[in-house]
Design a protein around this ligand. Structure first.
Ligand code: NAD
Length: 347
């Protein structure tokens, strides 16, 4: 298949592109604006592949997006481009509305026009996979899981814009017959994640002997999924998912934030004993407004219908992730400069 991957230079998008090209043999055209979160260095391992193409484009630019559909004639769109950081959405919601809501609308419209006007054979095979988050469901109490039928109840500007885009995507399926599938995934972690998110920020700050900020008492629970498991889920959904359906994606790896940070500290005590105990760096900071208490995903539809299973547990995935950040200073050093995060060398 020839697949347009929006946001392919981001954390999850780059993992998806590697999986599609290296494991599944698909052709990929990355459509990415290269915001602060986009990084061509994350695509280095596939950049020289004949199955790879890159278009630096804003998904809100309908003329450019139309042109890309005509130029590449994709068999599918996997739409990941988004503003993705909840904290940034609180301070600057405008760009979240633009990219996440308007950008998704533009892609859906351009896909609809493309299908209506192109003389594609096998039109019934076209798919538009809209990649979203479990944060659209709001917050859980101590028990229960989000299923695909849980009502939406977003708390942050980020999750509200993702919820809006999910509704628009479903409407384009029901009203115009665009073959859309929506996916709602839990928190991802793994290599190539921009170091503003909890796990890479904690690893890199700990390596630099800097404070490890934890919101409030750190009791907020997230359901962690290794990024390559997410990429495999999207590959399975693209291949065999039901048009018009939604799929929850999650790893059954619920952990409190404070325990995630503690786990990283324990690994680093072993790997970097000179700084042990790293736990002394933990600094509780004022909680994020509207901070959801708990997310937990019921992924049984994906597991039973498509036979997908998360392969990594948090225990194995976090070890791989920490080692990757230790090994790949070349990737993250430029990102620590100019992002309100110190770029001091590791001592
Ligand atoms: P990311 O911030 O790492 O990457 C986003 C990518 O989108 C970047 O490459 C950026 O340059 C690009 N982009 C942003 N605005 C754009 C625009 N207007 N036009 C074109 N490209 C643009 O994000 P991520 O963590 O990889 O998340 C990818 C998708 O998965 C998002 O839709 C996000 O909502 C969703 N998601 C993320 C998680 C998570 O834990 N990170 C969990 C569930 C769902």
């Amino acid at each position: 298949m020839r697949i347009m991957v929006t946001g392919g230079a981001g954390f999850i998008g780059s993992a998806v592109c590697r999986h599609f090209i290296l494991d599944l043999g698909h052709q990929v055209v990355v459509v990415d604006k290269l915001t602060y979160a986009g990084n061509l260095a994350s695509l280095k391992t596939i950049a020289s592949s004949e199955n790879y193409a890159f278009e630096r484009t804003d998904i809100c630019d309908i003329e450019a997006i139309r042109g890309i559909f005509l130029k590449y004639k994709p068999d599918a769109v996997v739409h990941l481009a988004a503003e993705s950081h909840v904290d940034r959405s609180i301070f600057a919601p405008n760009v979240f509305v633009q990219t996440n809501v308007v950008g998704t609308y533009v892609l859906l419209e351009a896909a609809r026009e493309y299908l209506a006007t192109s003389k594609r054979q096998n039109d019934g095979d076209f798919r538009f996979i809209h990649v979203s988050t479990d944060e659209v469901y709001g917050s859980l109490g101590d028990t229960g899981l989000f299923s695909e039928t849980t009502p939406y109840d977003p708390s942050s500007p980020y999750s509200a814009t993702k919820a809006a885009s999910d509704h628009i995507a479903r409407a384009w399926c029901r009203t115009y017959g665009l073959p859309v599938i929506v996916t709602n995934c839990s928190n991802n972690y793994g290599p190539y994640q921009f170091p503003e998110k909890l796990i890479p920020l904690t690893v890199l700050n700990a390596l630099h002997g800097q404070p490890l900020p934890v919101y409030g008492d750190g009791s907020n629970v997230r359901d962690w999924l290794f990024v390559d498991d997410h990429a495999r889920a999207l590959g399975a959904i693209l291949g065999h998912g039901t048009v018009g359906a939604s799929y929850n994606i999650g790893g059954r790896n619920e952990l409190r934030n404070i325990d995630v940070v503690g786990m990283i500290c324990e690994h680093l005590d072993r790997l970097r004993p000179a700084r042990a105990p790293h736990r002394r760096l933990i600094t509780h900071v004022t909680d994020r407004p509207g901070h959801d208490q708990r997310y937990a995903i019921d992924a049984s539809r994906l597991e039973t219908e498509l036979g997908w299973r998360a392969l990594e547990t948090m225990a194995t995935g976090i070890q791989k992730t920490i080692q990757w950040y230790i090994d790949r200073t070349d990737w993250w050093t430029p990102l620590r400069t100019g992002n309100a995060i110190s770029s001091e060398p590791i001592r």
